[in-house]
Design a binder for this molecule. Structure first.
Ligand code: BES
Ligand code: MN
Ligand code: ZN
Length: 500
């Protein structure tokens, strides 16, 4: 989807999109369109259930009196409630309405609206942002799609008085879009295309944005003693990788310690010898979602030249059953020196993250560390697909994450940690086992496992994104498929608290 900012004069072709507020209050552009069409807009309004709520749309096709081929009203709800997210939804809904309509272009007219606090230029930037986010499509493997099934809409113009200000406001958002789309691409790719080595290669593209990218291979990880990560990897012919990404955007900061992001990158999770059932196993191609988010986030931060020192680490492995795979009951020694009894080879994400997190802290001494992982099915039982699970050893970090999530529409729900849960992963023969004894508190015992790999004094948060990494239904700014949940959230967290 191409997006640009244009003048606030009515377009001479394509669709024209105008705003409406709650209780059928029309924007100045919508009023103008109504007059020009001899009242067609208000007649359509009277004939429909459209009231101007956020998310509603109303189309008037081929009206007389204007050059546009159709008029689309998009509701934004109560003016006092209008914010970035509402503006993004307007852009997203406009794209959804018009995507397969036959229209090639659309102009969204953003007026100054009574009662709306957001400045029109800012509103326009977020409309553009929402439109491109919704316009994403992963179609590289479709070779035979009918022309009339393909999306027709190719470009959006956002009409606004102060185009310069809108463009300026859009600049950083465009970089976040790049990161989001990068992540969505990685998550959507099948596991025969994305495996540890190829995913590490994709990460190397970040050097173009100014990120330094280093890739550790099998031999290096052996030397470092990453026995848990390597135990997961040993069943696959695809060798593991550890990707280390550094963005140094604040070289002169007083506190140069980076904020660190660590992602689970299981490029395919069969479960290993504790093999998963066949139903939906194909979903496990996106078990590298945490790593994908870390990569997209680094792209966003570097792209918008964020004044922050950030480190991204991705632990990449494929979890396969084979003659060389690890067995239930095997004991592995992690880089931290702690030993793990691997009761269930399907609880592999925590094994990968334990070593990746330890490496991260040993090497970078981060001021805070946040890991992301499609870690447990249990978090889907708890929270469904609406919110991600948040675990933290630090209330301030947790509160900041919750606020950032709320602001960008990627909500987090904080889950508990505690000694009683920690005891559930004690092993009879090693320092810990990789699962609890039953299925109870499955997401919490997984988080407790990770917590044993957090060094003293490091503020740490864990996001269990198993329920939100992939979506089976469209939402206003996220088409179904890979969501990149976490990129916008963590970009926002950095912007609010770790820059400058
Ligand atoms: N990758 C899965 C978790 C998952 C499940 C993500 C469904 C997305 C959708 C993880 O590696 C896993 O298999 N977890 C097990 C843990 C269990 C063996 C303790 C699970 O959740 O069943
Ligand atoms: Mn698993
Ligand atoms: Zn997994």
């Amino acid at each position: 989807m191409k997006v640009s900012f244009g003048s606030s004069t009515l377009p001479s072709s394509g669709a024209v999109v105008a705003l409406a507020l709650a209780d059928r209050v029309l924007s100045p552009t919508a009023e103008r369109l109504d007059k020009a069409t001899g009242g067609a807009v208000k007649r359509a309004l009277a004939a429909s259930r459209f009231t101007g709520k956020s998310g509603q749309t109303l189309t008037v096709l081929a009206p007389n009196g204007v050059k546009a081929s159709r008029i689309v009203l998009v509701g934004l709800g109560k003016p006092a409630e209008a914010n970035d997210l509402i503006a993004e939804r307007v852009g997203g809904e406009a794209v959804a309405q018009l995507s397969r309509s036959g229209e090639k272009s659309a102009t969204v007219m953003v007026d100054k609206l009574a009662g709306v606090k957001l400045a029109p230029a800012e509103f326009a930037a977020h409309v553009a942002y929402g439109a491109v986010l919704r316009g994403y499509r992963f179609d590289k493997y479709r070779t035979k799609e009918d022309a009339d099934a393909k999306p027709s809409l190719a470009s959006i113009v956002v009409g606004v008085d102060d185009q310069a200000a809108a463009k300026r406001a859009y600049l950083p958002l465009e970089k976040v879009v790049d990161g989001v789309h990068f992540t969505r691409d990685l998550v959507s790719e099948p596991a025969n295309v994305i495996f540890p080595a190829s995913l590490a290669n994709r990460a190397k593209a970040l050097t173009k944005c100014g990120v330094s990218v280093q890739v550790l291979g099998l031999a290096e990880m052996k030397k470092l003693g990453m026995g848990a990560l390597l135990g997961v990897a040993q069943g696959s012919v695809n060798e593991p990788r550890l990707v280390v990404m550094q963005w140094k955007g604040a070289p002169r900061a007083r506190d140069k310690r980076p904020i660190a992001f660590v992602g689970k990158g299981v490029t395919f999770d069969t479960g290993g010898i504790s093999i998963k059932p066949a139903a939906s196993m194909e979903d496990m191609k996106w078990d590298m979602g945490g790593a994908g988010v870390v990569m997209g986030l680094m792209m966003a931060l570097a792209g918008r030249k964020a004044k922050v020192n950030a480190v991204g680490i991705a632990g990449l492995v494929e979890n396969m059953p084979s003659g060389t795979a690890q067995r239930p009951g095997d004991v592995v020694t992690t880089m931290s020196g702690q030993t793990v009894e691997v009761i269930n080879t399907d609880a592999e994400g925590r094994l990968v993250l334990g070593d990746a997190m330890w490496y991260c802290q040993d090497r970078f001494k981060p001021r805070a560390m946040i890991d992301l992982a499609t870690l447990t099915g249990a978090i889907i039982i708890s929270l469904g697909h609406e919110q991600a699970g948040l675990f933290a050893n630090d209330d301030e970090l947790a509160d900041r994450l919750i606020a950032a999530g709320k602001a960008v529409g990627e909500p987090l729900w904080r889950m508990p940690l505690g000694d009683a849960y920690d005891r559930m992963i004690n092993s009879d023969i090693a320092d810990m086992k990789n699962v609890g004894s039953g299925r109870e508190a499955g997401s919490i015992t997984a988080a407790q496992f990770l917590k044993r790999y957090v060094q003293d004094g490091v503020p740490w948060a864990h996001l269990d994104i198993a329920g939100v990494t992939w979506s089976k239904k469209d939402s206003p700014t996220v088409p179904k498929g890979g969501t990149a949940f976490g990129v916008r959230l963590l970009d926002r967290l950095v912007r609010e608290h770790y820059e400058g």
